[in-house]
Design a protein around this ligand. Structure first.
Ligand code: PMP
Length: 423
C-alpha cells in the first residue's frame, strides 16, 4: 500500500464491523434443509461432496426450462437468442466471480474433473515433452492426479509430488526444491478435500512462475470458502465445479489466461467449436467456443450464474468469516471427544474436518450419524494418497457451509460422544 492510500484509510475504530450472517434466514433459502431424515431434522455436513441449492437457483433453472429452453444457435429465433444471452450472462458472472480479465477466458465444462482432464489432454498434445516434470502436492484429489498420469504416460513426462507435514501443511522448502528448469506444469489444490488445508497458492504460484511453469489450481473446494482473484493469484488456470458452489450438477468452469487459451488446440471435436468443416479439414472457433464442443449444459450454466448472484448477495468475505468461526467452534467440540483422532491440523482450514475413531470403522460412524439425521461422508474421499500419507485408508469427514450452525455442530459432537461410549 502506498502512502497516499494509507493516509486515505479510515481509522480502525471507524471501520465498518464485519457483516454477520443471518443464518436462520439463509437456511430458509435452502428448501432441502427443512426436510427430515429418519424422523430427525436433516443436518447437512456433506457440502464438500455437494452443496445444497438455494431456491433462487432452483427457480432460475425452472425458469430456463419454462421460458427460454432452446439450443444455442443465435440468430435463428427468439428463444435461441434468449438461451444464448442467458448462457453468456452466466459466463460473465463466472468471470467476475473469479476476477478474470474477460468473460472469454471462461470455458464451461461438466465440472472440475472434466476441466482437469481437458487441460491434461491438451497439454499432452501441445506442451509436455519427455522428461518434463508435472508437480502436484501430496494432498490432491484423484481428479488432479489421474489425468496427469495419463498425460505422463502419453508424453514421457514425470510426476513429482510436493509433501505435506504432519499437520497437513505443504512443506514449502521441499516444494521449492522440486521446482526447476524441467518443471512444465504445477497443478495444485486450493483447499484439500480431506484435511481442509488452504494451500498458499499465491506463494506457490509465484515460486512456480520463477521457472516458467504453467500453473493450474484445482479450485473445487476453494471457491465455496474463499474469495478468488485469479489475477492476484497469478495462476494460468483455475478449475471448479458448480455443484459444490450451490449450483446445479453438470456444470463447472475452467478459467484460463487468454494468451494460454489462444495457443491451445481443441480437445473434443464437434458442433459449436468449429468455423469451417470439410471432409479434409476443419478450422476452429476462437476461445472459449473452441473448447466447448456440442450442446452446452445451458440450464445448469444459468443456474451457476444464479448461484453466484446469491453468494454475492451474502458476500464472500462474510461467508469466510462466519465459516472460520464455525469451524473453530466445531473443532473445539470434536477435539473433546474421547478416542477421536483429528487428521491434519492445518494453519488455515476451509470447510472440512477429518477424523477417525478408535476401534470404530468410519462407515459405521457415518451410519450411526445418519440415523440421527446427520449426513457426513466416510471413505477415501477420492484422495487415497493423502490418506496413505497419514497411514489411513479412510476417514470420517464432516464438511461445513455457511448454512450450518453451532447448534448443528453441537449435535454432531453429542452424537460422536455417544458413539465413543459404545466402544
Ligand atoms: N478436486 C477436489 C479437491 C474435490 O474435492 C473434488 C470433488 N470431491 C474434485 C476435484 C472433483 O470434482 P467433481 O467430482 O465435481 O468433478
Amino acid at each position: 500500500m502506498n502512502a497516499v492510500s494509507q493516509s486515505a484509510s479510515p481509522p480502525i475504530e471507524s471501520m465498518p464491523k464485519p457483516a454477520m450472517l443471518d443464518v436462520e434466514s439463509i437456511r430458509r433459502d435452502f428448501p432441502i434443509l427443512q426436510r427430515k431424515v429418519h424422523g430427525k431434522p436433516l443436518i447437512w455436513l456433506d457440502s464438500a461432496a455437494t452443496a445444497q441449492k438455494p431456491q433462487a437457483v432452483i427457480d432460475r433453472v425452472s425458469r430456463f426450462y419454462e421460458h427460454e429452453n432452446s439450443n444455442v444457435h443465435r440468430g435463428t429465433h427468439t428463444l435461441a437468442e434468449e438461451a444464448c444471452d442467458a448462457c453468456e450472462r452466466a459466463r460473465t458472472r463466472v468471470a467476475a466471480f473469479l476476477g478474470a480479465f474477460s468473460m472469454l477466458e471462461i470455458v464451461f465444462v461438466r465440472g472440475t474433473t472434466e476441466g482437469l482432464n481437458l487441460l491434461a489432454a491438451i497439454f499432452s498434445e501441445s506442451l509436455l515433452r519427455p522428461g518434463d516434470e508435472i508437480v502436484l502436492t501430496a494432498a490432491e484429489h484423484h481428479a488432479n492426479i489421474v489425468p496427469w498420469q495419463f498425460a505422463a504416460k502419453k508424453t514421457g513426462a514425470v510426476i513429482r509430488v510436493a509433501p505435506v507435514d504432519d499437520n497437513g501443511d505443504i512443506i514449502l522448502e521441499e516444494y521449492e526444491h522440486l521446482l526447476g528448469p524441467r518443471t512444465r506444469v504445477v497443478s495444485i489444490t486450493h483447499i484439500s478435500n480431506v484435511l481442509g488445508t488452504v494451500m498458499p497458492i499465491r506463494e506457490m504460484t509465484a515460486l512456480a512462475k520463477r521457472h516458467g511453469a504453467t500453473v493450474v489450481i484445482d479450485g473445487a473446494q476453494g471457491v465455496p470458502h474463499r474469495r478468488v482473484d485469479v489475477q492476484e493469484i497469478g495462476c494460468d488456470f483455475y478449475v471448479f465445479s458448480g455443484h459444490k458452489l450451490f449450483a446445479p450438477m453438470g456444470i463447472g468452469a475452467v478459467y484460463g489466461r487468454m494468451e494460454m487459451w489462444e495457443q491451445m488446440p481443441p480437445w473434443q471435436g464437434g458442433g459449436n467449436m468449429v468455423e469451417q468443416v470439410t471432409f479434409e479439414n476443419s478450422t476452429f472457433a476462437p476461445p472459449p467456443k473452441r473448447f466447448e464442443a456440442g450442446t452446452p449444459a445451458l440450464a445448469p450454466a444459468v443456474g451457476l450464474g444464479a448461484a453466484i448472484d446469491y453468494l454475492n448477495g451474502i458476500g464472500l468475505d462474510a461467508i469466510e468469516q462466519y465459516e472460520t468461526a464455525l469451524l473453530d467452534y466445531a473443532l473445539e467440540g470434536i477435539r473433546s471427544v474421547n478416542g477421536l483422532r483429528l487428521i491434519g491440523q492445518p494453519r488455515d482450514r476451509g470447510g472440512v474436518i477429518s477424523f477417525v475413531m478408535d476401534g470404530i470403522p468410519d462407515m459405521e460412524v457415518a451410519r450411526v450419524l445418519d440415523a440421527e439425521g446427520i449426513a457426513v461422508r466416510a471413505g477415501t474421499h477420492c484422495a487415497q494418497p493423502i490418506l496413505a500419507r497419514f497411514g489411513l485408508e479412510s476417514t470420517v469427514r464432516p464438511s461445513f457451509a455457511f448454512y450450518n450452525t453451532r447448534a448443528e455442530a453441537d449435535m454432531l459432537v453429542d452424537a460422536l460422544r455417544r458413539i465413543g461410549c459404545r466402544r
